[in-house]
Ligand binder design. Structure first.
Ligand SMILES: Cc1ncc(COP(=O)(O)O)c(C=O)c1O
Length: 389
């Protein structure tokens, strides 16, 4: 008789029971660093004999406080980290958030803490390298499906073993398109799988409130229970986070090796991210960016420049061969525009491209200038090329 596959909730609960039983449960607690090798722990001031701030340089860099001095589970977790986690959880509509060193490490954390041998990770073929590496590292079977093909995702899940993670980028990093998240959430529910969304390029940009592709496509915490974001892109800082239920975050705190065994995010970065979050929420920069994207795409369409369908800041122009992408990039640079050529293995063979990314910082003249330089470099295809999205 076929037993239903283990759910994420069951896996989290059995891991929690086991660590409680073994007295191995660990929790981070906010510790405010003070001069003289001390910390404030709630009401008390303690001498800190657990940090790695051997020369006292992390603490002495006040007011910036350069470093956290230790991993979060030891003494590197400070009130500013806790505040950022609370603010991010509120922003994203999730119960809890776990900060980590980078998006790359966050994706390793999710895969290795949730899945292992006997489990299955199903991913879009164009998922970011860190999602692929996480799946490889955790030892689960990795199955990939054709880009944004939800029916293929369902087929891969149908013959999967163990715990099933259905993993996708929210916004694809080299293509700029948005994953069909609502359909993927339906497939995940039908197949008793857990949807994991890495929205590194969507959070801070998409959605009415800026909370990303999940907000834009109406996925709440139940439909997108594991949400990864980075502080290195729209937030303009560095670091990353994983958002979800309290049980998920507690599990990651205890089992996510790429977070546990690494120095906590610098408090200065957490502070900058808090300031960035306030600006994201306020909305002016997001609206400015959206108008730049529209302006760019309309200008491209008028000039017959064919872009991939994208309404995000990532606006790729596929040239095909490596040499054509390099040559176009060089011509643009000669004209004063820096646009990187992206080639295999970052993108599939035959799809080398210019990855044009727009920012709220660009003014209309710069955008027009780039479009004209593209035309001068021969990047316009047939006049009236279809530009959609
Ligand atoms: C989809 C996606 N996930 C994760 C990352 C990694 O994020 P970070 O730069 O914070 O390591 C990136 C960025 O390169 C990305 O594009």
């Amino acid at each position: 008789m076929n037993r239903p596959p283990e759910s994420l909730a069951q896996r989290l609960e059995s891991a929690r029971r086991r660590r409680d039983h073994l007295h191995q449960a660990r929790r981070r607690r906010p510790l405010e660093p003070l001069p003289g090798g001390r910390v404030r722990a709630g009401e008390r001031i303690l001498h800190n004999f657990s940090s790695n701030d051997y020369l006292g340089l992390a603490a002495s860099a006040t007011p910036g406080r350069a470093g956290s001095g230790a991993s979060a589970l030891v003494t590197g977790y400070q009130p500013v980290h806790a505040e950022l986690e609370r603010e991010l959880a509120d922003f994203l509509g999730r119960e809890a958030v776990l900060l980590c060193g980078s998006g790359y490490l966050a994706n390793l954390a999710v895969a290795t803490a949730l899945a292992g041998r006997g489990d299955t990770v199903v991913q879009d073929r164009l998922c970011h390298a860190s999602l692929i590496d996480g799946a490889r590292l955790c030892g689960a079977a990795l199955k990939r499906y054709a880009h944004v093909d939800t029916a293929a995702a369902a087929r891969r899940l149908a013959d999967a073993r163990g715990l099933r993670l259905l993993v996708t980028d929210g916004v694809f990093s080299m293509d700029g398109d948005i994953a069909p998240l609502a359909e993927l959430a339906d497939v995940a529910r039908e197949q008793s799988a857990t949807l994991v969304v890495d929205d590194a390029h969507g959070i801070g940009v998409l959605g009415a409130g800026g909370a990303g592709a999940c907000e834009e496509l109406g996925l709440d915490a139940e439909r997108a229970p594991v949400l990864v974001g980075t502080l290195g892109k729209a937030f303009g800082v560095a670091g990353a986070f994983i958002a979800g239920s309290r049980a998920l975050v507690e599990h990651l705190e205890n089992h996510a090796r790429s977070v546990i065994y690494s120095t906590a995010l610098p408090p200065a970065a957490a502070s900058s991210a808090l300031a960035a979050l306030a600006q994201i929420r306020e909305g002016t920069l997001r609206r400015r960016l959206a108008s730049r994207i529209t302006f760019f795409r309309e200008g491209a369409a008028r000039r017959g420049i064919e872009l991939l369908p994208s309404r995000t800041p990532i606006q790729p122009l596929v040239t095909g061969t490596e040499s054509s992408a390099l040559s176009l990039s060089a011509q643009l640079e000669a004209a004063g525009y820096l646009v990187t050529a992206i080639r295999p293995p970052t993108v599939p063979a035959g799809t080398s491209r210019l990855r044009i990314t727009l920012s709220a910082e660009h003014d209309a003249a710069a955008v027009e200038g780039l479009l004209d330089a593209l035309v001068a470099a021969g990047a316009s295809g047939t006049a009236g090329a279809s530009v959609t999205g």
